[in-house]
Design a protein around this ligand. Structure first.
Ligand SMILES: NC(=O)c1ccc[n+]([C@@H]2O[C@H](COP(=O)([O-])OP(=O)(O)OC[C@H]3O[C@@H](n4cnc5c(N)ncnc54)[C@H](OP(=O)(O)O)[C@@H]3O)[C@@H](O)[C@H]2O)c1
Length: 138
């Protein structure tokens, strides 16, 4: 990419590390996504002048196997796009900044979350984590 003077790298982060202030009981997952975000941002700055765009995309829920197994999210809905719908939005955002949330309804959720106090989001995520743990152990 450096030799060609152009290229694009897309890394997949998660709302788990950026949209909410904590992700209790999924701490390691959220921590790896913080790593992806900072790695992407630093590489974005390092390689911008070489014509290479490094981007961290921040999806919220997308209806995939992982979402059904880990988050018990089964069907696509307005706020949970299918993988195809997400991918459609994702490719249109390649090269548009170091970090983005390509799917419009995820941006709406992120905006709403930004208006809420951290303590409320912490309590909400903890209750979701506990519920999921119980479901997983059944
Ligand atoms: N779905 C969501 O709600 C959501 C939200 C935020 C972020 N994300 C992120 O989106 C990315 C894609 O997840 P997804 O939702 O598309 O899940 P997915 O449909 O379950 O796909 C996961 C993919 O990762 C591959 N994979 C899993 N473990 C692997 C390993 N040890 N080595 C190599 N490949 C491995 C799987 O390969 P096989 O098919 O061969 O098993 C599969 O292709 C992940 O980074 C996830 O954190 C997802």
């Amino acid at each position: 990419m450096v030799a060609r003077g152009r290229g694009a790298i897309v890394n997949i982060g998660s709302g788990a590390s950026i949209v909410v202030p904590s992700h209790p009981l999924y701490a390691i997952y959220a921590a790896t996504k913080v790593y992806v975000d900072q790695l992407s941002r630093s590489l974005y700055v390092e390689y911008k002048s070489y014509g290479i765009d490094v981007q961290c995309q921040v999806p919220l829920y997308v209806s995939t196997r992982m979402a059904s197994e880990v988050a018990f999210v089964e069907k696509p809905s307005l706020f949970v796009p299918s993988a195809e719908k997400y991918a459609d939005a994702a490719v249109r955002f390649v090269g548009r900044g170091a970090r983005c949330t390509p799917y419009w309804a995820h941006s709406v959720q992120w905006f709403v979350a930004s208006l809420l106090p951290d303590a409320l989001l912490d309590a909400w995520r903890l209750s979701i984590g506990i519920t999921r743990m119980k479901l997983t152990r059944r």
